[in-house]
Design a binder for this molecule. Structure first.
Ligand SMILES: NC(=O)c1ccc[n+]([C@@H]2O[C@H](COP(=O)([O-])OP(=O)(O)OC[C@H]3O[C@@H](n4cnc5c(N)ncnc54)[C@H](O)[C@@H]3O)[C@@H](O)[C@H]2O)c1
Ligand SMILES: *[C@@H]1O[C@H](CO)[C@@H](O)[C@H](O)[C@H]1NC(C)=O
Length: 431
């Protein structure tokens, strides 16, 4: 019997090449002659793969993602309290990504009008987690509990639905940012794909099923250059992995609507900004650098064209989120079975007036009373698109969405928050 090494690496490779058909045939026979050896090796390989996979998931679940602790009678009581509804016809909402920028604002707005809110967030360090902790404290002081955990922790999600019969899920947790996808592509798959499916699995089995409103992104329009961007425009040319995972989310949620009768509303946000914002976004890092006297990098598109964004103030986005929740209708399934037609909707939430990035910088300079050091460079191919512009007539029709804050006014509020949060107010020359 030939050894396995001979089986895999014939000792006369030259001959193997020339006399291919014949040799292949002989190899084939020899393989079958040694089925028992092959069987043992196959078994060994399967065992190796299995132990590798279980080690991987052990690493994932153990140290990196699910380090938070939860459970117990006291914990359940806190969850129930936070979910308590304080108005007639109110809803109880699970807000994922509650310690994030948009999640914090939406949670506060829901709580203030008397709805029940429970937050979920994994407090990852994509950007300064101390900002997330500060947002959490703000939420706590308004009676909103933020549970620390990961979307992929199905047991935790199931437990939350055990304790509270959520009527709605506002799903905002995600790996955001376009450029970071080149550095850490797996974080996008982990949160925006696997995490989304994990959440939908629990929602589909919940009784009653919650209606789901979730954040897609204007980035799904990708290389589309027909303006303004309308929901019916093509979204099959993503320019970044981030955009691709958001587009995938739109398709994945569609299947859960179709098969299990989950009510789904996808919101394509257009560059959201405001107080408690995200430090990785341009308006935020420009502000930081201008105040520290550091240069800012302004990208320029093809033919030296300025980049433009349909900057949308956070309060307008919050109104859009609440309007979506209020009109989301019911899911039509129970215990994983579909009983009727639940809505599947997609809305742009933008401002409808794009502003060129250099104009944004001018406004910041005026509000900060400091001149920026501009470093203008051609845009590298990193996933950014040259411009965005929302057509919002769909959201306007369905729930009266109408943004009311222009960039000048919104940035003034952002700068006021920034200076106070980072303690600039006590220093000379800046108020
Ligand atoms: N801000 C914008 O301009 C903008 C534009 C388009 C779309 N969006 C989308 O809106 C949503 C909210 O964005 P944001 O600006 O508030 O971002 P954010 O990063 O501030 O908030 C997201 C939160 O989700 C949490 N999170 C991430 N992965 C998680 C996981 N696996 N499990 C649990 N928590 C997790 C993060 O810790 C973070 O606090 C995101 O889905 C984002 O993709 C935002
Ligand atoms: C905006 O979208 C609506 C559909 O919601 C469409 O009828 C209308 O033509 C669009 N407007 C523009 C200017 O593209």
């Amino acid at each position: 019997m030939p050894s396995l090494e001979e089986e895999l690496f014939p000792s006369t490779p030259g001959k193997f090449k020339i006399d291919r058909g014949h040799s292949m045939n002989r190899q084939f026979h020899r393989c079958f002659a040694s089925t028992s050896t092959m069987f043992l090796w196959a078994l060994f390989l399967i065992a190796l793969t299995a132990s590798y996979l279980s080690f991987q998931s052990f690493v994932d679940s153990g140290s990196r993602y699910f380090s938070a602790s939860w459970g117990g009678i006291q914990w359940e009581k806190q969850v129930r309290n936070s979910a308590q509804i304080h108005r007639s016809g109110g809803m109880s909402v699970l807000v994922t990504g509650a310690a994030g920028f948009v999640g914090t604002h939406v949670s506060l707005a829901l709580k203030k009008r008397g709805d029940g809110v429970v937050g979920l967030d994994n407090f990852n360090n994509y950007y300064d987690p101390s900002l997330k902790r500060a947002r959490k404290s703000l939420l706590n002081s308004h009676g909103v509990l933020v549970v620390e955990g990961d979307l992929n922790d199905g047991k935790l999600l199931a437990k939350l639905f055990d304790v509270v019969a959520f009527t709605h899920v506002m799903h905002l947790a995600a790996q955001a940012g376009v450029r970071y996808a080149m550095e850490n592509p797996n974080s996008y798959v982990h949160s925006n794909i696997a995490g989304l499916v994990s959440l939908l699995e629990v929602c589909k089995s919940a009784n009653p099923q919650p209606a789901i409103v979730w954040a897609s992104s204007s980035s799904v329009y990708g290389l589309n250059d027909k303006v303004p961007f309308s929901e019916a425009d093509r979204t099959d040319q993503p320019a970044s992995l981030y955009a691709a995972t958001k587009k995938a989310g739109e398709e994945i949620t569609h299947t859960y609507n179709h098969i299990y009768g989950l009510s789904i509303t996808g919101l394509r946000f257009f560059t959201v900004y405001g107080p408690w914002g995200r430090p990785d976004m341009a308006y935020f890092s420009f502000t930081r650098n201008i105040l520290q006297g550091k240069p800012i990098t302004i990208y320029r598109g093809k033919n030296r064209a300025d980049l433009a964004r349909d900057f949308t103030y956070i309060d307008d986005i919050v109104k859009g989120c609440l309007g979506s929740l209020d009109t989301s209708g019911k899911s039509t399934g129970t215990g994983g079975k579909k009983k009727g037609n639940a809505p599947y909707r997609i809305f742009n939430l933008g401002n409808t007036s794009p502003v060129k990035v250099p104009v944004l910088v001018n406004i910041l300079e005026r509000h900060l009373k400091v001149k920026a050091k501009r470093n203008i460079v051609d845009m590298p191919g990193n996933g950014d698109v040259p411009f965005t512009h929302a057509n919002i007539s769909h959201a306007q029709r369905e729930f009266g969405y109408k943004p009311t804050t222009d960039l000048q006014t919104g940035l003034k509020k952002f700068v006021r928050w920034y200076l106070s949060y980072y303690g600039y107010n006590n220093r000379k020359g800046l108020q």
